[in-house]
Design a protein around this ligand. Structure first.
Ligand SMILES: [Zn+2]
Length: 154
């Protein structure tokens, strides 16, 4: 009798361990990578509507707006400014509305992984939302996107 009991306990212990480890697996599998910007840029999800910062090849920058389903929506009254900590000093880049997007008025200083602050306002009088990141254009080995727009979970 004692033997049977031990077996049951053992079986319970094993299934409990199995349960815990399968939960741990689910957790890993269920982990969502950071949302990616449809253009391959950095998706700013805390804005309404969502905004994507993307650096063009010529180092001009474009901000595109999206609804919850990531369908592009035209820019409204939003304004944006990018403050770049370039090697030669601080550079301020303002954006202007061009069609449905906001386009930088100038190109962004050359440099590797420059620290930047993107200030987005929903309109000229609104409080800016600040997004700090490094404008690192090297390609991430994991997600194959530019590092500033990397969607890997680290
Ligand atoms: Zn990545």
């Amino acid at each position: 009798m004692k033997n049977v009991f031990t077996h049951i306990l053992l079986a319970l212990a094993i299934s409990a361990i199995a349960l815990v480890s399968s939960r741990a697996d689910d957790k890993t599998r269920g982990a969502q990578n950071r949302a990616s910007g449809p253009k391959g840029g950095l998706l700013l999800e805390k804005t309404e509507p969502k905004a994507e910062f993307f650096l063009n090849k010529d180092r001009s920058a474009v901000i595109t707006f999206y609804d919850a389903a990531l369908k592009p929506v035209p820019a409204g009254a939003q304004t944006a400014r990018l403050v770049v900590n370039a090697k030669g000093g601080r550079q301020q880049v303002d954006f202007e509305k061009k069609g449905d997007v906001l386009l930088s008025k100038t190109t962004i200083a050359e440099g590797d992984a420059l620290p930047v602050v993107l200030q987005l306002k929903s309109n000229a009088d609104a409080k800016p939302q600040n997004f700090r990141f490094k404008l690192d254009t090297s390609i991430c080995g994991g997600c194959k996107r530019a590092e500033y727009a990397c969607t890997c979970d680290e």
